[in-house]
Design a protein around this ligand. Structure first.
Ligand code: AMP
Ligand code: ZN
Length: 469
């Protein structure tokens, strides 16, 4: 499996630190508003990377944070006259709804910056002790950039160029810094802002330290993949490397993956241009599966333009897959025979070639556009070769292949599971009714029926829970 590493600017063979396991950190959104379709791009792209890794048999520990302390959150809280926590909690809940709509799997852990302050203070203290950071009179703590000789290795910037650029840009009020390149690790509280006690002053962490700390806590000092949008390469990820590597004395992440930006009608998406689109707005018009398809129909490192036309064509394209799946399902159910003919056997072997094509595309730096092309070849193949005369095994095997490949991309093309879940929940409700009515024979009968369906029931304090055997 090859992936493009921003660090080396080359496609590299993926070799995990620990065989069979992947430790992956993806910078999550700042939660002060509904997420926009730009934020959705890294979510969908890296969820797909995770799904493919899992498909290949890796156990993926996937960590993605919510930045829940930030100027924008505080500003919104002041505007609404509520606490910053209320704002962040509200938008975390909304973000999770959007993620579910886009079929983005919940992370193994979704840490919150505000819950990790102790770890941040510890890391800053280590950096101060090692001479990589220093507090100034007002209690701000800065990272001493020039002391880290490798600074700039991710963004491929050279310290001298950075320095001349920064001198011109020096922000007023930062004159206590030793060097214009130094960045904030801890900052003093301003009136009305959330703050925590620290050895330097009551205050709050800088943004970069949050990710270094959360990554270390949940994944360890060395990780396989660190990812995010390309705007994060500099300074965010560069600063994360500086903090983590100076603190831990080890290479932080082996592979750095960055998605390109999503533009809208060929312009940058921004509030001032008024062309901002939230995922929620899209969901009012389309199933979010369409948005997912749209994102994956481009390579993640290519800039992507969002337009109404492209969404329409994504909708139609996705429908072609869904229709093919549904017709395979019908053909399978209505098949007159189970026995596979020799011709069908040959065709089944031929169809395995689409899986190979799909995998080759994914192994080549997650070329999801080519992977989708392989899926469309399979769709065409199925539409051409499966007829009323086909055996149920033949139709079923193409259906399974289609569902499997789409599933790796997080595209749901058969909603079978959902119907089944509803059926199970209904049966459980009926069993509860029977028990209430002391009709234990009926209750046991339903339990057995569920067992036959491969469903195991467990009575807990929160009610009846079920799982598939
Ligand atoms: P933010 O909430 O701005 O910290 O962004 C959360 C994630 O969304 C980061 O990985 C950003 O790089 C990414 N992101 C923000 N805007 C866009 C965009 N227009 N296109 C692609 N990714 C974006
Ligand atoms: Zn981050």
């Amino acid at each position: 499996m090859k992936l493009f590493n921003t660090l080396s600017r080359r496609k590299e063979e993926f070799v995990p630190l620990e065989e069979g396991k992947v430790r992956m950190y993806v910078c999550g959104p700042t939660v002060y508003n509904l997420i926009h379709i730009g934020n959705a791009r890294p979510m969908i792209v890296f969820d797909t990377v995770r799904r493919y890794m899992e498909y290949k048999g890796y156990e993926v520990n996937y960590v993605s944070n919510f930045t829940d302390v930030d100027d924008k959150i505080i500003k919104k809280a002041i505007e609404e006259g509520v606490s910053a926590e209320e704002i962040s909690q509200r938008y975390i809940a909304e973000c999770k709804k959007d993620m579910a709509g886009m079929n983005v799997m919940p992370a193994t852990t979704h840490p919150l910056a505000t819950q990790e302050i102790d770890g941040m203070i510890d890391m800053i203290q280590t950096l101060v002790d090692k001479g990589y950071a220093y507090p100034v009179a007002d209690g701000t703590v800065y990272f001493r950039v020039k002391k880290f000789k490798e600074y700039g290795k991710l963004s491929h910037k050279n310290l001298d160029d950075l320095q001349s650029g920064f001198r011109a840009l020096q922000v007023s009020g930062e004159d206590q810094k030793e060097d214009p390149l130094d960045f904030v690790l801890w900052k003093p509280k301003k009136e009305g802002e959330p703050a925590w006690p620290s050895p330097w002053c009551e205050g709050r962490p800088g943004w970069h330290i949050e990710c270094s700390v959360m990554s270390k806590k949940y994944l360890g000092e060395e990780i396989d993949i660190h990812a995010g949008g390309e705007d994060l390469v500099f300074p965010h990820h560069e600063n994360e490397i500086a903090q983590s590597e100076c603190c831990n004395g080890k290479q932080f992440a082996r592979y750095w993956m960055h998605n390109a930006f999503l533009n809208i009608d060929n312009r940058k998406m921004s509030k001032s241009l008024g062309n901002f689109r939230t995922v929620r707005e899209i969901s009012e018009q389309y199933d979010l599966q369409v948005l997912r398809f749209f994102m994956l129909n481009a390579h993640y490192r290519s800039p992507l333009n969002f337009s109404a036309d492209l969404m329409e064509s994504s909708k139609n394209a996705l429908e072609r897959i869904v229709d093919a799946a549904s017709s395979l399902k019908d053909r399978k159910a209505a098949a007159k025979t189970e026995s596979v003919t020799e011709t069908e056997q040959t065709l089944i072997k031929e169809a395995a070639g689409f899986v190979t094509k799909f995998e080759e595309a994914m192994e080549d730096d997650f070329n999801t556009a080519d992977a989708l092309a392989a899926i469309f070849e399979l769709v065409k193949f199925a539409n051409t070769n499966v007829t009323e005369e086909s055996s149920s095994i033949f139709a079923g095997s193409l259906l399974d292949e289609l569902v499997k490949l789409c599933g790796v991309l997080g595209l749901i093309v058969v909603k079978e599971e959902e119907n089944l879940d509803k059926e199970i929940e209904d049966l459980i409700a009926q069993r509860q009714e029977a028990r209430k009515a002391k009709d234990f024979a009926r209750a046991d009968e339903i339990r057995d029926q569920l067992l036959e369906m491969g469903i195991i029931l467990k009575d807990t304090r929160e009610g009846v829970k079920w799982k598939r055997a």
